[in-house]
Structures are given as structure tokens and as C-alpha cells.
Design a protein around this ligand. Sequence first.
Ligand SMILES: Cc1cc2nc3c(=O)[nH]c(=O)nc-3n(C[C@H](O)[C@H](O)[C@H](O)COP(=O)(O)O)c2cc1C
Length: 166
Amino acid sequence: MQKNIIIFGSSRRNGNTGGLADLIASELDCEVVDIAALNISPYDYQHKNRDDDFIPLIEKIVEYDNLIFASPVYWYTMSAQMKIFFDRISDLLSIEKDLGRKLKGKNAFLIYTASEEVVPRSFIEAFENSFNYLQMRFVKSLLVFENDFDSSKEKIDSFLTSVKGV
Ligand SMILES: Cc1cc2nc3c(=O)[nH]c(=O)nc-3n(C[C@H](O)[C@H](O)[C@H](O)COP(=O)(O)O)c2cc1C
């Protein structure tokens, strides 16, 4: 049985993206890790922040098969909380290479919320390119528009089928 975890970054825990993350978590019976609730500071070239919560978080998530990233669209890209997480992955290319290699081959999923009908390619591409670089497998994404949860049941079910099917 595949192990799932949701890595969630938003400016509010109980907003639209948090609601979507909780819905998916309840269906998959998995944990939602809130990046904003952890002490993770922006990337530092001198790695003076190496003892904050980032490395323990990675040590935790490499134990899972399916990594489900959850972010709102903020200004055409991912939330600042999620961006800090991805910036810190650069630590894994320098001071924690062995740990970083453990991300290779993981299944990556993306769940996100937005207000505008046309979601910019820049949002998806930031994730897609990062997953490719890390040699993770980007399996599927799910977009739910704010306040549109009720009419999104079909695509939510299809997403869940895809996660359960890998
Ligand atoms: C700072 C900020 C920037 C946003 N930028 C965009 C955007 O570029 N495109 C879009 O479709 N929605 C944008 N939105 C709307 C949010 O994506 C949408 O309301 C989302 O569901 C909020 O999720 P949250 O409750 O987790 O913050 C923005 C909202 C905020 C607060």
C-alpha cells in the first residue's frame, strides 16, 4: 500500500487550499503538514538555518511514496510558504545530498486553488520543472476554484482515483 502525505503551504490554514487539503486528507486518511506552522526560513547561502525544521521535514517526507503538494495561486505562482520550501530544497543539492537523492522516483501530485478561470502556466511550470529536476514523477494535478467545491466532486474523485491507482 502506497503511503501519502500532503505538504501544504498557504497564508491561512483554514482557507480554500487548507479546506481542499483536508478533504483530500480525509479521503486518503493521511496527514497534512502545514509548512507555515513549522520554523522554516528562506534559503541561506551560508546554511546558517541548517538546524531549523526543514531537514527534519524532508527526513519525514522521504518515508512516503506519494507527495501531494497543496498551494493557492498567488500572483501567478505558488504561495510564498511553498516557495520557501522549494528554495530550501537547494540545501539538498549541497549539504544534504544523500537525503536529497531520496526524493528521486517519488510520485508528485499537486492540488491548488485559484480565483481566476485562466490559471497561468507559470504556476504549473514551477512545480513541473522542479519535479523534473529532482527526478520525481509528476502524476496529476487538481485545481478547485475558490467557493466551487460542490461542483468539483467529479474531478476530486478522479484525482483520488489517480492517487490510489499509482
Ligand atoms: C496574495 C494573493 C494573490 C493571489 N493571486 C492570484 C492569482 O494570480 N491568480 C488567481 O487565480 N487567484 C489569485 N488569488 C486568489 C487565490 O488563489 C484564491 O482565493 C485561493 O483559493 C486562496 O487560497 P487560500 O485560502 O489557501 O489562501 C490570490 C489571492 C491572494 C491572497
